[in-house]
Design a protein around this ligand. Structure first.
Ligand code: SF4
Length: 224
């Protein structure tokens, strides 16, 4: 199930349309699932669980997205991931969202598996097609090292988790530039004003591990 908030009160995104998808959209391979995922915690976690009963089906959700004004920046999935079956992205369902987004500037993130040579071929092409069609899907890495591997696929922009307290920008092990999400350090910066994650870009956006489970996330970053 899906829910679209027309004007979000999420402090990080700012007042743009923001969607939430039920947790059955999360890939079975996500390392953060039940192990420190920020969206499972706090107020967002409470809201996420309510989407099961307050959300709408894909058809109704796509109609809501389609009605957004042309050029509208919107964030898909403050919690949740792309529709799938057993970790294989549901290409038809994703295409419904991509089609609804035409003329808008939707962006999202995915933790779906991309790096297995044969098993993830269809996932990679689904993400590439969406990005080529104007719906920006950022590939989510658990570390800067993994971000390099995802960036090598050349199918979409990449984000990565980093330990808190490090430099606000720098280079990945393979020499790519990264910058820490400015909303984590500047009081008045939001996705509505920053828009980095909605852009085609070569540099990595890094998110510092945060939330009450950040210790667990830091361990995942170190192991990735
Ligand atoms: S980098 Fe910018 S667009 Fe991306 S999450 Fe941070 S504030 Fe939002």
């Amino acid at each position: 199930m899906y829910h679209l908030t027309r004007v979000s009160n999420n402090r990080k995104t700012g007042p743009i349309p923001v969607s939430t998808t039920t947790s059955d959209s999360c890939p079975p391979t996500c390392s953060l699932k039940g192990a420190g995922c920020y969206a499972e915690q706090g107020k967002l976690g409470i809201w996420w669980r309510q989407v099961k009963t307050k959300g709408v089906d894909l058809e109704a959700f796509a109609a809501q997205v389609k009605r957004l004004p042309n050029g509208q920046l919107w964030r898909h999935n403050q919690a949740g991931d792309l529709p799938h079956t057993d970790g294989r992205i549901d290409v038809e369902a994703l295409q419904r969202i991509v089609d609804a987004n035409r003329g808008k500037r939707g962006f999202t993130y995915t933790h779906h598996s991309m790096l297995r040579l044969d098993a993830d071929r269809d996932n990679r092409s689904a993400v590439l097609n969406a990005n080529l069609s104007g719906f920006t899907i950022n590939l989510s890495a658990d570390s800067l090292k993994q971000a390099d591997a995802l960036a090598d696929l050349n199918i979409g922009p990449v984000v990565a988790i980093v330990e808190p307290g490090g430099p606000l920008w720098g280079k990945t092990p393979a020499g790519r530039h990264y910058v820490v999400c400015p909303a984590q350090h500047r009081e008045y910066t939001t996705c509505a004003t920053c828009q980095l994650c909605a852009k085609k870009r070569n540099h990595i956006v890094a998110f510092e591990a945060h939330g009450s489970q950040s210790r667990r996330v830091i361990n995942i970053v170190r192991a990735a």
